[in-house]
Design a protein around this ligand. Structure first.
Ligand code: ATP
Length: 265
């Protein structure tokens, strides 16, 4: 299977002078097309920093990151541009990532419009692609279990937290990116609605079988449902990695055992 993104020997420091702290140490990772990789670990272990580096939103101090075989370093690099155009991000707080003055349809269509403008489309051109965009937006909403006839014209304040997160997922997948990163997508969602988010990701994986999905989560139940492979981080290092069943059923590292024991309490 094609490797969509990979990093080698990534190190990252934050802060200056006496406050300078290393938060990632010699991290290697890769994600293949069609795979779901979960990154788990306690708060502050470096999960979000690693995904931000993977998305080109943060720079590593040393090491390399590649997207589809091209280096991501530097905003002018071909790898960075390809990554920006071919990745989707789902964050913890769905309402913070939706413009309250925009309808669901407009929010979900935004990546398509941006891509068209970046590709040199005129505003008139953008108007003309609206019909195509509407079809893609409705397909994305359907795939996350939201009926476009009901939800397309709603505003964020007319959505529950779970519905808003599914809108955010629809926006992340609407232009069929090769890589989707979801950073704690369930933690701001009430327990009853979490299953809908899991279903939305499962449906996305079915409709876009070649997309690579990276999920950062504290919730091992979520991880168990979604992930093919798990990477465990502790204090900025990868301490265990393997197939989901193997890591969850027979963890090798004491730290992973502790995480699993804490989750089943
Ligand atoms: N911009 C920043 N400036 C300084 N320190 C930072 C910055 N971003 C993150 N850190 C620090 O880097 C470390 C790793 O943070 P990170 O957010 O990657 O961890 P995490 O595993 O995702 O945690 P959580 O599960 O709580 O989101 C933490 O100690 C954090 O305080």
């Amino acid at each position: 299977m094609t490797i969509v993104a990979q990093g080698h020997a990534i190190a990252k420091w934050f802060g200056k002078g006496a406050n300078r702290t290393q938060v990632l140490h010699d991290v290697d990772f890769h994600i293949r097309a069609g795979e779901c990789l979960a990154i788990i670990g306690e708060s502050g272990s470096g999960k979000s920093t690693l995904t931000r580096i993977l998305l080109g939103l943060e720079r590593a101090d040393s090491g390399t990151v590649q997207f589809m075989g091209m280096p991501v370093e530097g905003r002018k690099s071909a790898g960075y541009r390809a990554l920006r155009q071919s990745s989707g991000l789902v964050l913890q707080h769905p309402f913070a990532s939706l413009d309250p003055t925009w309808t669901v349809e407009r929010s979900v269509a935004e990546p398509l419009m941006i891509r068209k403008i970046v590709a040199g489309g005129s505003l008139r051109g953008v108007e003309r692609i609206k019909d195509t965009a509407t079809a893609s937006v409705h397909k994305a909403l359907q795939s996350v279990g939201l009926d476009p006839r009901i939800f397309a014209t709603r505003y964020p304040d007319q959505l529950s937290g779970g519905q808003a997160q599914r809108v955010a997922i629809a926006r992340a997948i609407v232009d069929e990116p090769q890589l989707i990163v979801a950073d704690e997508p369930m933690s701001a969602i009430d327990v009853a609605a979490r299953i809908q988010i899991i279903d939305a990701f499962a449906a996305m994986r079915q409709s876009q079988p070649d997309a690579a999905l990276v999920v950062v989560s504290h919730d091992l139940g979520v991880v168990q449902h979604l992930a093919d492979r798990i990477m465990v981080m502790q204090n900025g290092r990868v301490v265990e990695e393997g197939a989901s069943d193997q890591v969850l059923m027979s963890p090798q590292c004491e730290y992973t055992k502790t995480l699993i024991a804490a989750a089943s309490m």
